[in-house]
Design a protein around this ligand. Structure first.
Ligand SMILES: O=c1ccn([C@@H]2O[C@H](COP(=O)(O)O)[C@@H](O)[C@H]2O)c(=O)[nH]1
Length: 236
């Protein structure tokens, strides 16, 4: 799952299980079948009891990414990370603040950590509104370099930053991009987006896709279409 060209196309797609409870998640996983090998459990499902699914999905041969975006005082982040590591997931997200990342590193053991740089629903004006006197591009780069130096395994960033950040952090960090929309799909609240083929061509390792699959009329066909687009993309 590192930053390499050897990952099968199917394993590059991570479907966000953004549903309200375990029953809905199980139904979605059953519908998608072998079209999807990698799932993300985020806040909505986790707060609906979904962390119990980590073990179940892993037992079914799937890879699992726990997207809780931890951010708290150091002791809390370290101890929460240690608890999540016991679940057996493949990845956990934490916000890319140095204190937070160092604490998570202490608690992670073998759990791989992804640092969330700047949410893909933000643009420069959102950062300005929040009091940051910097552009998205510069803040992503600053946080990516800090994550690399702290020993974080990978980054969450938009596909638009993948090429410059790959050049900055080198080949080892895993670059995971939400903000992915097949051509013509609704953007929803995402602001920094690319298509699956563009994201892969830029050098992304994994693409997180939620609504374009979970809200599609034919969910399995939507997932298969994205995997086919990934397979056909020319990697950087
Ligand atoms: O910067 C970020 C970090 C995480 N996400 C998560 O990815 C999915 C995207 O869902 P879509 O329906 O494809 O927009 C969702 O679970 C987010 O919590 C992100 O979008 N951006």
């Amino acid at each position: 799952m590192g930053g390499g060209a050897t990952i099968p196309a199917r394993d590059r797609l991570i479907v966000a299980l953004d549903v309200e409870d375990v029953a809905a998640a199980r139904a979605l996983v059953a519908t998608l079948g072998d079209a999807v090998s990698f799932y993300k459990i985020g806040m909505e499902l986790a707060y609906g009891g979904g962390l119990a699914l980590v073990d179940e999905l892993k037992g079914g041969g799937k890879k699992v990414f726990v997207d809780l975006k931890l951010h708290d005082i150091g002791q809390t982040v370290e101890r929460a990370t240690r608890q999540i590591a016991r679940l057996g997931a493949d990845f956990l997200t934490v916000h890319a603040f140095p204190q937070t990342m160092r604490a998570a590193r202490q608690g992670a053991g073998g759990l791989r950590l992804l640092a969330v740089t700047v949410m893909t629903s933000y643009d420069d004006s959102d950062l300005a509104e929040a009091g940051y006197a910097t552009s998205v591009a510069d803040l992503v780069a600053r946080r990516a370099a800090q994550a690399r130096d702290i020993g974080i395994d990978g980054l969450i960033l938009s596909p638009q930053e993948v090429a410059p950040i790959r050049a900055l952090v080198g080949p080892k960090m895993t670059l995971v991009t939400p903000g992915v929309r097949p051509a013509g799909a609704a953007l929803g609240d995402q602001k920094r987006v690319m298509t699956p083929a563009e994201a892969i061509a830029a050098g992304a390792d994994h693409l997180v896709v939620g609504r374009p699959v979970t809200q599609a009329q034919d969910k399995r066909a939507a997932a298969e279409g994205i995997v086919a687009e990934i397979a056909g993309a020319r990697r950087a």
